[in-house]
Design a protein around this ligand. Structure first.
Ligand SMILES: C[S@@+](CC[C@H](N)C(=O)[O-])C[C@H]1O[C@@H](n2cnc3c(N)ncnc32)[C@H](O)[C@@H]1O
Length: 363
């Protein structure tokens, strides 16, 4: 039990290994997210990264960190994109003679399945690989040691469930719900405040680790300014999981109190909120900020059962820690059965601008 009275752990790794419900086999949605951002990433590096600034680096190593890398294969794909774009930049700035050696740090929570990650490192990779365990809400690398930070589909995870939403005496108590999709403003505000604190800590740590002129690309779940959370696909999906749990509670297999004390620790930020927190931090300039729509590009490829498998690979661990294996299996089995209904709800949702691409430069 954590200090805020829930059993939601403060590290929520994706499913490891390579079994049927593994993240390795069920991460197409996150791959689609990286795909829609590839050209934005290439452009940001081509237009805004000044590799000449780094050429006086005595070890001549270019250091990249992927934060919240999980188990692959998406992280390898993203790292390869970055590497090629940076090499291209050296060539276009006519300093290929100083082409650096590359070192890549794959970083995630300690509980991440690093064994699966390392066992599947691309054999033909042109970089030195290392693993760095720990939370990205704190400093993970020495001062001014990184040239490029990448984080895809991870920065929307909160460091913890906001305390007020599981406090019966708080106006933000999220009774009968597991997410803020259709909750009162107080609940949404508590989530927003937690995200604000977490993102401030994230930026503070990266400001220390990145060299001046270094770049950071963050790709994360988001919501367009002014859109209610009940309109976006992941708000709908999490609400669907919540009502399935309430259905199980009504049948007496768990208590309603168990549902009340569980909340999903992720938050969909708006472009406006992100710009405000970056401005407050003051160490980064915004090279590019762009809302993207992976659901519009990849949504048609996703069917109900496939979507349930993806949801399960990413979220099962958080649910199991609170509800145990049996109830979690039952919940996902029920959602699988009703996945046609879920897809229908998502069909009518707002799929535009559900992801944010940010390229920041360390001032
Ligand atoms: C959906 S996966 C994304 C993995 C990969 N970047 C991709 O795009 O496929 C999110 C990852 O973020 C990691 N994560 C969440 N919060 C974290 C934190 N505070 N510190 C480090 N990793 C974190 C999780 O453990 C998980 O592996």
């Amino acid at each position: 039990m954590s200090s805020n009275g829930t059993t939601v752990p403060e590290a929520y790794p994706m499913n490891g290994g390579d079994g049927a419900y593994s993240y390795t086999k069920n991460s197409n949605c996150q791959r689609a997210a990286a795909n829609v951002s590839k050209s934005l990433l290439d452009d940001a590096i081509a237009e805004k990264l000044d590799v000449e600034d780094f050429s006086c680096n005595p070890s001549n190593a270019f250091r990249i960190a992927d934060l919240g890398c999980s188990v692959g294969p998406n992280t390898f794909f993203s790292v390869q994109n970055i590497l090629e774009a940076v090499k291209h930049k050296y060539q276009s700035q006519r300093i290929s003679s100083q082409m650096p050696e590359f070192q890549v740090f794959f970083s995630d929570h300690v509980a991440n399945d690093f064994n699966t990650l390392f066992a599947s490192l691309p054999p033909e990779r042109q970089y030195f690989a290392a693993g760095v365990p720990g939370s990205f809400h704190g400093q993970l690398f020495p001062k001014s040691s990184l040239h490029f930070v990448h984080s895809s589909y991870a920065a929307h995870w909160l460091s913890k469930v906001p305390e007020q939403v599981v406090d019966k005496n708080s106006p933000a108590w999220n009774k009968g719900k597991i997410y803020y999709t259709t909750s009162p403003d107080e609940v949404v505000d508590a989530y927003a405040a937690q995200f604000g604190k977490d993102m401030a800590a994230f930026l503070e740590a990266r400001a220390k680790e990145l060299v001046v002129g270094g770049m950071m690309v963050i790709i994360m779940q988001a919501i367009p300014n002014g859109t209610p959370p009940s309109r976006i696909p992941n708000g709908i999906m999490f609400d669907f999981l919540g009502s399935t749990l309430m259905e199980i509670a009504k049948e007496g297999l768990i208590s309603e109190g168990e549902v009340d004390s569980f909340n999903i620790p992720t938050y969909n930020t708006t472009p406006k909120e992100m710009m405000e927190v970056i401005e407050r931090n003051g160490c980064f300039s915004i090279a590019r900020i762009e809302s993207t729509s992976p659901w519009l590009k990849a949504g048609h490829m996703i069917n109900g059962p496939g979507l349930t498998m993806q949801l399960r690979a990413g979220m099962e661990g958080v649910f199991k820690a609170h509800f145990g294996t049996e109830i979690t299996d039952q919940m996902f089995d029920r959602v699988y059965e009703k996945s046609g209904e879920l897809i229908q709800k998502i069909e009518s949702s707002c799929k535009e601008g559900t992801q944010l691409f940010l390229a920041l430069k360390r001032k």
